[in-house]
Design a protein around this ligand. Sequence first.
Ligand code: DQA
Length: 148
Amino acid sequence: MPDTVHVLNGPNLNLLGTREPEVYGRATLADVEAACRAACARHGVDLVFRQTNHEGELVTFLQEARGSVGVVLNAAAYTHTSVAVADAIKAVGLNVVEVHLSNVFAREAFRHHSYISPVARGVICGLGIDGYRLAIDALAGAAGGRAS
Ligand code: DQA
C-alpha cells in the first residue's frame, strides 16, 4: 500500500477564492487540492485532503493521520488558539509541516503566535498555494519521507 500524506485545512478555508482575495489570493480550495494531488502523484504517495470548520473535528482528522508519511496542516485561526490541536500532534507523533497562505508575521500581532510551530517539523508561510506543494515535497521527497 502506498504511503499517504494528509493535507488538513481549518476554518474558513472552504471560502478560499472569495475570502479576502487581497490577503489569500483567488485560488479556491479545489485548486489547492488539485495542486496537492499533482505533487503527491509526482512522489508516488496517496493524498487525503480534508477541511473542517470545527476544532474537535480537526483533532479527529489529526488522530486519523497516525501512521502517515506526514501532515500538511493549515489550521487557519486555530493555529493561534488551539492547545487541543497542538496536543493531538504530540499525542500521535505526527510529522507536520505547518502552512499558511499569507505571511502571518506581516499581519496583526495575534497571528504571530502559533501553538503548532513548536510541535511542527517546519513552517511555511506567505507563499500562497505553492506552500502546500513545498510542504509535500519536504514530507514525501528524498529529503523527507519518514525521517523525523
Ligand atoms: C491562515 C492565516 C491565519 O492567521 C488565518 O486565521 C487563516 C488563514 C493562512 O493560510 O494564511 O484563516 O492560516
